[in-house]
Design a protein around this ligand. Structure first.
Ligand code: SF4
Length: 366
């Protein structure tokens, strides 16, 4: 039985007109359509050598369990390319081969059954090579992501524009023109920069110029906390403007953290309904360990299906009020706490048993 969604939450869920999603051309990646107003898909990248097939398969399983929908792998060597077929056969998510410069790798990756290529056609050599890759991608019906990055812009663009949104978009335009010349339009574009204002400016400009779906990301954003903030501001700003069709949070951290942050960005803008744990910042009024309770609730809630809101509040000052807007809530007392379901207090329990008791109530209802 699904939990009844209370009135305040239902009102919030119905208030969807704040976002106008810019319509982009639909591009199929495995079972998903990117663009065309379809749900925004979460991507991440394996952080082990692709040639180490089992390590990729294991990491992909963890990513999938965390909610990742598209997985990219770096293909730097012949051995990496040869591993793609086995990886493809063992994972459920669409697989993207990330290739730089080497058109032969691109051809072989398609043969191995990947669902998408990330390659910049302007970097793979002469017309013949481009034509070969495009023909094969067409035959196998797989899209190509053009990935422009502020760290590897063409020299002439750097001289003319510097590392600006205009330079990133002009670089993408050149690559797009090459594919369009070959009548290839299953294109996704990314324009990643390390600084957030440039990244935001580039995607805004691109959304005016191109009809293709945009893959959003801040590149080399940093470690967990800094990187999460930079990604949330960059990606979040654009999503809030209706720009973006798929997102990859880039962190110097376990890729599962990237997926968690990406999902939180989507949930914060109510573009996706997940399990949301609201917790107060705690203060001198709290007589329970609110941070520990919130961590435990968040860990145990990660296996639940949304939409669901759980509030963890340190005391009765704001606790009952927040509980009214949540499906389930804990409010701390003096070494004890109250449990609420849909805003109604259903139980009082000692602090040490609060989380267990909360989850007993949750399991009864979902
Ligand atoms: S709910 Fe209570 S403990 Fe938490 S921040 Fe507010 S006043 Fe402090």
């Amino acid at each position: 039985m699904k939990v009844r969604i209370n009135a305040r939450k239902r009102k919030r869920m119905n208030n969807k007109n704040i976002f106008f999603r810019k319509k982009t051309r639909p591009v199929k990646v495995g079972p998903y359509i990117l663009g065309d107003g379809q749900p925004i898909r979460v991507q991440s990248m394996a952080k082990v050598h692709t040639r180490d097939e089992q390590a990729v398969i294991d990491q992909a399983a963890r990513l999938e369990a965390a909610g990742c929908e598209i997985i990219r792998v770096a293909c730097a060597t012949e051995e990496d390319i040869k591993a793609l077929g086995k990886i493809r056969a063992k994972i459920r998510n669409p697989l993207v081969a990330d290739i730089h410069f080497n058109y032969r790798f691109a051809l072989e990756a398609i043969e191995q059954g990947v669902d998408k290529l990330r390659i910049n056609p302007g970097n793979i050599g002469n017309e013949e090579r481009v034509a070969e890759v495009v023909e094969k991608a067409k035959k196998h019906r797989i899209p190509i992501r053009i990935g422009v990055n502020s760290g590897s812009l063409e020299k002439d663009l750097m001289q003319k524009f510097g590392p600006t949104p205009e330079a990133l978009v002009e670089s993408a335009r050149r690559h797009v023109a090459i594919l369009e010349k070959h009548e290839f339009r299953d294109i996704v574009i990314s324009l990643k920069a390390t600084d957030v204002p440039t990244m935001i400016g580039a995607y805004r400009l691109a959304s005016e110029k191109f009809e293709y779906p945009l893959h959003l990301g801040v590149t080399e954003a940093g470690t967990l906390v800094r990187g999460s903030v930079y990604n949330a501001i960059g990606i979040g700003t654009l999503l809030q403007e209706g720009i973006g069709d798929t997102i990859r949070v880039s962190l110097t951290a376990d890729p599962v953290e990237e997926v968690k942050v990406a999902k939180m960005i989507l949930e914060s803008l109510e573009l996706r309904k997940g399990v949301r744990v609201i917790s107060c910042p705690t203060c001198g009024r709290s007589e329970v360990d609110t941070a520990k309770l919130a961590r435990e609730v968040e860990d145990r809630a990660s296996g639940l299906e949304g939409p669901l809101t759980i509030a963890v509040m340190g005391c009765v000052v704001n606790g009952p009020g927040e509980a009214k807007g949540a499906d389930f809530a804990i409010t701390g007392g003096k070494g004890t706490g109250m449990i609420y379901v849909n805003g109604e207090q259903v139980k009082v329990a000692p602090e040490s048993e609060l989380v267990d008791e909360l989850f007993k109530e949750i399991r009864k209802r979902i």
